[in-house]
Design a binder for this molecule. Structure first.
Ligand SMILES: Cc1cc2nc3c(=O)[nH]c(=O)nc-3n(C[C@H](O)[C@H](O)[C@H](O)COP(=O)(O)OP(=O)(O)OC[C@H]3O[C@@H](n4cnc5c(N)ncnc54)[C@H](O)[C@@H]3O)c2cc1C
Length: 310
């Protein structure tokens, strides 16, 4: 029996909770690698989330929060516990003046387009990031010179250690470069942004330009997790990886993209250990040849039997 015992499954059932057993997590990540999970819990409102998280905590089972899986490298052994994600009931965008409230499950690109159409500037960059608003706060996602911290007013957060949902402001979230102060299993259920008024056509044109730039400079037609490494101070990880000649380097079904050296793309049949080994190889070569230590941006939950992390 795995981590999800019949007693745990029974206790999890309730209004607004959908349980899916024996889930292939590769199908839930944009890298398209990773092993199974016993159970995926999809919650459609905050009460269902509270019930599920309290149940998981009381059964002392490890919990992984899954957004749109666009920055996750799950190991081949899968996740040894419960995976929890926000369902369609926790999507949605409401706009009042320049204040925008979004469900934690809402995809960032849809927030970018909706706010642009409403004549609001300040979130066009979100069109480029294929994650959820909750995942975007966790990572302080950003692109094209802006990030979540620029517009964020507050987020509703469930910290399992606290056991209730609280409104977190910017000081408590402490958003930094691809970083937040959210505890590992804390879940963002909604996000409030403050934007500025603008001409809709201008913001929509900005989104078009961002998308065109991405199509030209990133391998959007292949599975990836976006940038694998954060940029070291004063330089770009992609430029360093390119400079040491690693574009096109392969391990199994994982390959350093020839279009953007900070992307690892996968082919059908690739496994997570291919990606892990390629990450380690790239980090080692960059360290040996430039003296610069790269740090992974991609989140790798749980233990890594494959060895030390970059
Ligand atoms: C093609 C491509 C391009 C990308 N470009 C960019 C870019 O320009 N800039 C950038 O910053 N990122 C980029 N990314 C990475 C990714 O989209 C972001 O990191 C995004 O914020 C991840 O959101 P997610 O919902 O997919 O989170 P996931 O990948 O599912 O999870 C990532 C982390 O967030 C946590 N998490 C997920 N949902 C929640 C929630 N509701 N509450 C709390 N924690 C949560 C997870 O537990 C995990 O720790 C790109 C990815 C791809 C595939």
């Amino acid at each position: 029996m795995g981590a999800a015992s019949p007693a745990l499954l029974d206790a999890l059932r309730g209004p607004g909770v959908t349980l899916t057993q024996d889930v292939d997590l590769a199908l839930h990540t944009t890298l398209r690698v990773g092993g199974p999970a016993d159970v995926l819990v999809t919650v459609d409102d905050e009460d269902a989330l509270l019930h599920s998280v309290r149940t998981v905590v009381s059964h002392a089972v490890p919990m992984l929060v899954l957004g749109r899986g666009s920055n996750l490298l799950v190991g081949d052994a899968g996740w040894p516990g419960v995976v929890i994600r926000l369902g369609a009931g926790l999507r949605g965008i409401s706009i009042e003046g320049t204040t925008v409230r979004c469900g934690g499950a809402e995809p960032m690109p849809s927030v970018a387009v909706r706010t642009a159409q409403a004549g609001l500037a300040g979130f066009a960059w979100g069109a480029a990031v294929p994650g959820s608003m909750g995942g975007g706060v966790r990572m302080n996602a950003g692109a094209h010179g802006a990030d979540m911290s620029d517009a964020l007013v507050s987020a509703r957060v469930l910290d399992p250690a606290v056991g209730r949902i609280e409104e977190w402001g910017p000081e408590r979230l402490a958003l930094g470069y691809r970083h937040s102060a959210l505890p590992e299993a804390a879940i963002v259920t909604s996000v409030t942004l403050a934007l500025t008024t603008a001409d809709p056509a201008t913001v929509l044109a900005e989104i078009d330009a961002i998308r065109a730039w991405r199509r030209e400079h990133q391998p959007l037609n292949r599975p990836s997790c976006g940038s694998v490494f954060t940029n070291p101070p004063g330089t770009s990880a992609g430029a360093l990886i390119d400079r040491v000649g690693l574009k096109g380097t392969r391990v199994g079904g994982a390959e350093v993209s020839g279009t953007h050296a900070n992307f690892i793309v996968t082919s059908p049949g690739a496994c997570a250990s291919d990606v892990e080994q390629l990450i380690a190889l790239v980090a080692r070569r960059v360290r040996e040849e430039t003296g610069i230590e790269l740090s992974a941006e991609v989140v790798r939950p749980g233990p890594t039997p494959e060895g030390p992390r970059a």
